[in-house]
Design a protein around this ligand. Structure first.
Ligand SMILES: *[C@@H]1O[C@H](CO)[C@@H](O)[C@H](O)[C@H]1NC(C)=O
Ligand SMILES: *[C@@H]1O[C@H](CO)[C@@H](O)[C@H](O)[C@H]1NC(C)=O
Ligand SMILES: *[C@@H]1O[C@H](CO)[C@@H](O)[C@H](O)[C@H]1NC(C)=O
Ligand SMILES: *[C@@H]1O[C@H](CO)[C@@H](O)[C@H](O)[C@H]1NC(C)=O
Ligand SMILES: *[C@@H]1O[C@H](CO)[C@@H](O)[C@H](O)[C@H]1NC(C)=O
Length: 381
């Protein structure tokens, strides 16, 4: 035996390369062996995996996170909240450690029956149903197993437990100096397009395509970007500079929602509010009640497309009236969307830190959603 090893060692020394390879293989096998062994030992002595978060962190688990929610940004926002001890995750393995579980009710990925039964669920774990789509665009597929399990709503509705609006309009700080600097007359004179409309969803609940056709019939010149109409212009979706240019050149921008639903006002309105154009809004909320009057034109004030068209043509050609509205609009500002949705996550975190104060259970999700009806448009001839 010894002789054999000696012989081989000698062999090795003469064939150095083979020897190195053999030694590497041996080392590698040892590492693999130890790793396997360690896994077994760990199981025996029940060493838990290294905790991802320390014990004071309240985890918010997205059960079926939509792609457009950026986990990194949400966590960054959560870090700035008055209660800064919440973190978001998408790891279902952490469900039993999570303070809250968010279910996106308008997308796939919610199981037929709840992932944790009532008996096994920690009573302090808040289940949240989340949704930003109007109910005209999705169906609620939650069976009877899902009754009396949801705790809080996180939606665009004003009265949701955690309101999650698409944006906000606030008084602008130092608005006077902004307004003093702007030459509103020159802005008006530089406008070469009467109205612009960006649209990508055709034939929707609000029947906005028909409404726009009627506006055109009554003389409103509209540049339509998108794919719903013949001879449309291409939508500069990913080109903010081009969008800014289009808005700057246009007297009016049509912020027409796809559905007439309570509180349903989307980024169409908030994203464009700060542009030097006047928005024409059409949707299911009472804009007059919730947004500063005299900063936009509301189709609802006119009853039909003909009356709106007559107004726009008169108003859009009256420099003093038009610039007065632009100037008034600059008293307000639409803050960055991140600042708005951060407030929602901060609210959720505050609630998780005070669970007893906010304890509640919904019978069904439908019960809540159905209390916010969508209505058919009444302004189409
Ligand atoms: C975290 O909690 C576990 C069980 O609740 C406890 O055993 C552990 O010591 C805690 N760790 C820290 C860092 O507080
Ligand atoms: C206005 O200024 C205050 C104080 O600096 C700040 O907290 C607030 O966010 C500002 N509002 C806007 C809309 O910028
Ligand atoms: C909208 O709100 C305003 C102000 O609160 C109110 O006067 C008006 O009647 C409301 N309009 C509708 C259609 O509910
Ligand atoms: C524009 O509106 C103002 C105020 O309503 C009015 O006095 C003026 O005559 C209008 N100008 C034109 C050109 O219609
Ligand atoms: C959530 O609902 C469950 C089921 O009714 C209830 O036991 C629990 O106390 C509620 N939790 C919160 C945080 O509201």
């Amino acid at each position: 035996m010894w002789n054999l090893i000696q012989l081989h060692l000698f062999d090795c020394l003469t064939k150095r390369q083979t020897c190195i390879i053999l030694l590497l293989l041996l080392t590698f096998s040892c590492i693999v062996y130890l790793a396997i062994e360690w896994a077994f030992i760990r199981q025996w002595i029940n060493v838990s995996p290294i905790p991802l978060y320390d014990n004071n962190t309240l985890l918010i688990l997205w059960y079926n996170k939509p792609v457009w929610i950026n986990e990194f940004l949400v966590n960054k926002g959560l870090g700035t909240c008055p209660y800064s001890n919440c973190k978001t995750t998408t790891s279902k393995a952490l469900i039993s450690k999570s303070a809250s579980v968010i279910y996106v009710i308008s997308s796939d990925g919610v199981p037929r029956i709840p992932p944790v039964s009532a008996a096994h669920r920690n009573k302090d774990q808040a289940w949240v149903f989340f949704n930003l789509e109007p109910q005209t665009l999705y169906r609620i597929n939650f069976g009877p197993e899902w009754t009396y399990v949801m705790n809080w709503s996180m939606m665009y509705h004003r009265d949701a437990d955690i309101p999650y609006p698409y944006g906000a309009i606030e008084l602008r700080n130092k608005s006077q100096s902004v307004r003093d600097k702007k030459n509103y007359g020159a802005i008006f004179d530089g406008k070469s397009v009467f109205a612009s409309w960006f649209v990508s969803h055709c034939h929707v609940q609000s029947r906005r395509d028909e409404y726009v056709e009627q506006m055109q019939k009554y003389g409103v010149q509209i540049h339509i970007f998108g794919s719903c109409f013949k001879n449309q212009l291409s939508l500069p979706k990913n080109d903010p500079q081009k969008i800014d240019k289009v808005l700057y050149q246009s007297k009016f921008y049509l912020a027409f929602e796809n559905s007439f639903c309570e509180d349903y006002v989307t980024e169409k309105f908030f994203e464009r509010f700060n542009s030097d154009t006047i928005m024409v809004v059409r949707g299911g909320t009472n804009y007059t009640k919730y947004f500063p009057p005299g900063t936009f034109v509301n189709a609802a004030d006119f009853g039909n497309a003909k009356k709106l068209a007559e107004f726009l043509i008169r108003f859009g050609n009256n420099k003093s009236e038009y610039t007065a509205m632009l100037r008034r609009k600059d008293m307000y500002v639409s803050p960055q969307p991140q600042l708005v949705y951060c407030k929602s996550y901060c609210k959720l975190c505050e609630m998780l830190n005070n669970v007893d104060k906010y304890r509640k259970t919904y019978k069904t999700i439908r019960e809540y959603v159905d209390s916010k009806p969508c209505t058919a448009p009444k302004d189409i001839e």
